[in-house]
Ligand binder design. Structure first.
Ligand SMILES: [Cu+2]
Length: 147
């Protein structure tokens, strides 16, 4: 028993320092999903939660995917009871905060899917941030937001 304690402590310490290193340089993405659309839809919408675990504002500049002809950053704004979609050049996530891309707000506009996408399918979308962070995210196609 006594012999195993330093080993456990060592494991715990290396685990927490690895987590801290990741937290210093990471943006955590969760609830990444694409809303299922009718088979002939020219555009689908992608949503996710972007948790900025870094100490700086992170700015999403671009998204791209081999599964679509193009990907744009969009924002839905409601004016006088009418919803409009605007192209937005960037999406900012403040340090230590979470920004949600959700129906009625920011979203990824996914143009011309290269194959039919049904509930349960997955697509990979690469996110590019101003800081130089670039990483792929797996989005699940679904009729409704993930829980
Ligand atoms: Cu849009």
């Amino acid at each position: 028993m006594k012999l195993s304690i330093p080993i456990i402590l060592g494991l715990m310490m290396s685990f927490s320092s690895a987590q801290m290193n990741a937290a210093e340089s990471k943006i955590n993405v969760s609830h990444a999903w694409v809303k299922e659309a009718p088979p002939n839809a020219e555009a689908l919408a992608g949503y996710m939660d972007l948790q900025n675990q870094t100490l700086q504002t992170q700015t999403l500049l671009r998204a791209s995917s081999a599964d679509f002809k193009s990907v744009m950053l969009h924002q839905t704004v409601t004016k006088g009871g009418m919803a409009h979609m605007n192209h937005t050049p960037l999406i900012e996530i403040k340090a230590g905060s979470t920004l949600q891309l959700i129906p009625g707000g920011y979203h990824l506009m996914l143009m011309n899917p290269k194959k039919p996408l049904r509930q349960g399918d997955q697509v990979q979308i690469t996110l590019e941030f101003q800081s130089g962070l670039v990483f792929p995210v797996i989005f699940r196609v679904s009729k409704a937001p993930p829980k």
